[in-house]
Design a protein around this ligand. Structure first.
Ligand SMILES: Nc1ncnc2c1ncn2[C@@H]1O[C@H](COP(=O)(O)OP(=O)(O)OP(=O)(O)O)[C@@H](O)[C@H]1O
Ligand SMILES: C[C@H](N)[C@H](N)CCCCCC(=O)O
Ligand SMILES: [Mg+2]
Length: 206
């Protein structure tokens, strides 16, 4: 069974889109442990919108915070302190896709970063890198942080217009496996996710 934690080089890089593709490809369950920002939608609702298979279950978030901000600040705004013990992996016999919030060093509580939650859960990662000027540095920092903690990378996803110079450097420098890339899409809907899910299913079966 695949139990994968989707992280990224920052916020808005495409983690939810990748999580939806993985959820559809593997007919996996999905879990977003910390949701900061409830409108116009949540990541769980977005993945539910993008996935068509009847098997996937959507597990409730451990924290649902109103403010679209760093989780430690969104929690503080509601007089909540995020507790490491509150995070228990959902019990399921299915594949499980877990989506982080922002990047690895996003604070959840004083002294408790998202990467600490990842280490506590003990999952392999899928890392999403979106192409922008500065993304090489953000990607290498993310991969080094995982490597230093002994957290395995199942695959790296490049999102955006192809950038061979960037992609080749990162892959040669780190040696991580690469998942199929995502290209800019005019709309993000279930049909687009279904297309990528086919490609991802083949990658996992190879
Ligand atoms: N390849 C793409 N083509 C078109 N739009 C994209 C693509 N990848 C991501 N997007 C859009 O970019 C926005 C940010 O992506 P997404 O919500 O997946 O980011 P995220 O990393 O999950 O952010 P968060 O840290 O808030 O969870 C969304 O509106 C998403 O639909
Ligand atoms: C609200 C946003 N969409 C994410 N859920 C949280 C992003 C936190 C980023 C914090 C930071 O790195 O400065
Ligand atoms: Mg997301």
């Amino acid at each position: 069974m695949e139990q994968l934690f989707v992280t990224g080089i920052g916020t808005d890089v495409g983690k939810t889109l990748v999580a939806a593709i993985l959820t559809e490809a593997l007919q996996a369950d999905y879990w977003k442990p910390v949701q900061a920002g409830l409108t116009p939608t949540t990541d769980t609702a977005e993945v539910r919108r993008l996935v068509r298979n009847p098997v996937s279950l959507f597990h409730p978030e451990a924290y649902r915070l109103r403010l679209p901000a760093s989780p430690h600040a969104a929690a503080a705004a509601e007089n909540i302190r995020i507790q490491p013990e509150a995070f228990q992996l959902p019990i399921t016999a299915n594949h499980l896709i877990v989506e982080g919030a922002g990047g690895l060093f996003v604070p959840l509580a004083p002294g408790f970063l998202l990467v600490d939650l990842l280490a506590q859960l003990g999952l392999a990662t899928v890392v999403v890198s979106r192409h922008y000027l500065g993304s090489i540095n953000h990607t290498l920092l993310t991969l080094e942080a995982l490597h230093r903690r002994g957290l395995p990378v199942r695959g790296l996803v490049f999102n955006g217009e192809p950038n061979p110079a960037t992609e080749e450097f990162i892959l040669q420098h780190t040696g991580v496996p690469v998942l199929p890339p995502l290209r800019p899409e005019a709309v993000i809907d279930a049909a687009v996710v279904s297309h990528y899910a086919e490609v991802y299913r083949a990658w996992f079966e190879k």
